[in-house]
Design a protein around this ligand. Sequence first.
Ligand SMILES: Nc1ncnc2c1ncn2[C@@H]1O[C@H](COP(=O)(O)OP(=O)(O)O)[C@@H](O)[C@H]1O
Ligand SMILES: [Mg+2]
Length: 419
Amino acid sequence: MNEKELQARLQRMERMLEISRDLTSTTALEPLLNKIVALAAELTDSEAGSILLQDPNTKELRFRTATGSQSQQLTSIPVPLKGSIAGTVLTSGEPLIVSDAQADPRHYGGVGQKIGEQIHSLLAVPLQVQERRIGVLEAVNKRGGRNFSQDDVDTLMTLAAQAAVAIENARLVGALRSAYEQLGKLDKLKSDFISIASHELRTPLSLILLYAAVLRDQVEDDAEEQLDGVIRAAQRLKHIIETMLNLRYLESGQMELHPSYLDLRTIVEEVCKDYKALAETGGLVLTKRLPAEPVSVYADDEKLRVVLNNLLSNAIRFTPSGGRVLVQVRRRDDEMAELSVTDTGVGIPSYELEHIFDRFYQVEDHMTRRHGGMGLGLAIVKGLVELHGGRVWAESVEGKGSRFTVLWPLAGHPQATAS
Ligand SMILES: Nc1ncnc2c1ncn2[C@@H]1O[C@H](COP(=O)(O)OP(=O)(O)O)[C@@H](O)[C@H]1O
Ligand SMILES: [Mg+2]
């Protein structure tokens, strides 16, 4: 090989490299196919190029893209696998040069007629990903009335190898994208439902609670007990609706904070007291470890309780009888207070840990779940903690237990809300 040939070869290789980069970075299928056919024509010095892909389901071979003025119409033409040029290449896996297409019985006449262009010469190579053939890449009409050479075959085969992988990737990305779109739609549906349901339920429920309370004051002894049942049930409903509303406000950025200076220890004491009975019923020991000094935070009292309520009720719910739940508060450093809830419960598989703070996410399958809940608690916890400038995360060993840690800005620290 002389120097000139060598240089030409180097240039081609460089161009291939550039092409390869370009193709792998194009993940939308249509633009990618357009690029590939343009390159097929450019690299083989031909008038046009085209791609046929095999439908994975029907096995039909169809034009997907072609250069040239009439390329639009081509895409609707199915090409028979048997007896056609593209079909032959797809089936055999071998490249094929046709120097006089009009005289070749395998030339599929419908194509030429449809695009109103004469096809003289044709070079077709298979598009192959590993062992699987997915279609055919063609260069049409070598310029200057010449024939396709072995060099053209090599070039187009190299391009086809890159192109096939890029096409597969683009298809996968496409499939992923539409799956995500579907998910997004479902998610929105859930959000809308929550939004509407929580709003529409709130008013009638307030009325039920109001009238039940009024009645309770008026009735005789034994009916009082039954009305208490009504009130308790209505309050549970109210709690569920408030949870849904909380999420809605958080997500729409409408959550308002009413902060004040609080001692984290006091809040923990009070909330733990509320859960003492529930823990005992579940056969659990609920303990707390608090520092001797106040841990002052500037926070929304009610929201802070929502956070702690959620973590505690989860810990109790997911810990079988005989277990322990520990609530700890300490100053982590000059900036942050640390609040943790540790249980000896069922734990969370490591691959689920990153998801549990997503709304509606529950480790146990929705339909077969033994535990109640909507899967919104931790999403709200995360939203509220972050709104206060804090952080929350979970650690867990499946079967052994979990620890949820919240870092909360200390009062006076710049990260503390509105200070
Ligand atoms: N302490 C815990 N131990 C084990 N799993 C937990 C714990 N806390 C949360 N989880 C898991 O995270 C999921 C989401 O929790 P959450 O958002 O509070 O929803 P919910 O309590 O309504 O199920 C729970 O369904 C559960 O699978
Ligand atoms: Mg919960």
